[in-house]
Unconditional design. Structure first.
Length: 207
């Protein structure tokens, strides 16, 4: 029997997330973009990307936005053509997709996969608290951090260098978009998990 999300990760469902923000302090700085990539196992037991979701987010009232952060991510939060939605709406839309996938794969809770994941988790948790959302499907403190996993698997901790080491094309002009970074991170995470499939299959056969 092929491995499933439920059996492979003890009932947790990895969801690859990337956030673009207006700074480094989750309590005060704006959340500007959120992307979530859903993954699942194919019939051969290989983890792959199955769906992606991305939302531009309006800065919450009184949010701090650092010019240096905008220079990196290239976001103009107040551009009239930017299709941004309220923070609460963006989170609820992402959480709706995550909960639907949780039900499909029969898992108990989502676990965030991200590069330097506690940064993204801190901003996500702060936004959840700020908006008063009660049903957050993500584990409040556990993560899969691809910076750590990449250091083990490829000897690299920088996302672009990890992608190069893994043979994944990297477009520096597209980087720092939440969707692009999340999908690149998802490819890396899937590759790392799939590299352990022979070991996992051997252990299953011995049980």
């Amino acid at each position: 029997m092929s491995q499933t999300m439920k059996t492979r990760f003890r009932g947790f469902m990895p969801v690859v997330v990337d956030l673009e923000t207006g700074g480094f302090i989750s309590a005060t700085d704006a959340l500007l973009e959120i992307a979530a990539v859903l993954v699942d196992f194919d019939d051969g037991g290989l983890l792959q990307i199955v769906d992606s979701h991305r939302f531009h987010v309006k800065p919450f009232e009184g949010a701090n936005i650092e010019a240096a952060s905008l220079e990196v991510n290239g976001i103009d939060p107040h551009h009239p053509l930017r299709p941004a939605i309220d923070e609460r709406d963006a989170l609820q839309r992402v959480f709706r997709e995550v909960r639907s996938k949780l039900k499909e794969v029969d898992c108990n809770r989502a676990i965030m996969v991200a590069h330097n994941a506690h940064f993204d988790l801190g901003f996500l948790n702060a936004a959840v608290e700020r908006t008063g959302i009660k049903r957050n499907p993500f584990h409040p403190f556990s993560v899969f951090d691809t910076a750590t996993l990449g250091g083990v698997a490829y000897g690299q901790t920088v996302l672009a260098r990890m992608a190069t080491a893994a043979g994944i094309e990297w477009d520096s002009k597209a980087a720092h978009s939440a969707l692009y970074d999340a999908e690149q991170t998802a490819q890396l995470f899937c590759g790392i998990v799939n590299s352990f499939k022979p070991i996992y299959d051997t252990r299953k056969s011995q049980q």
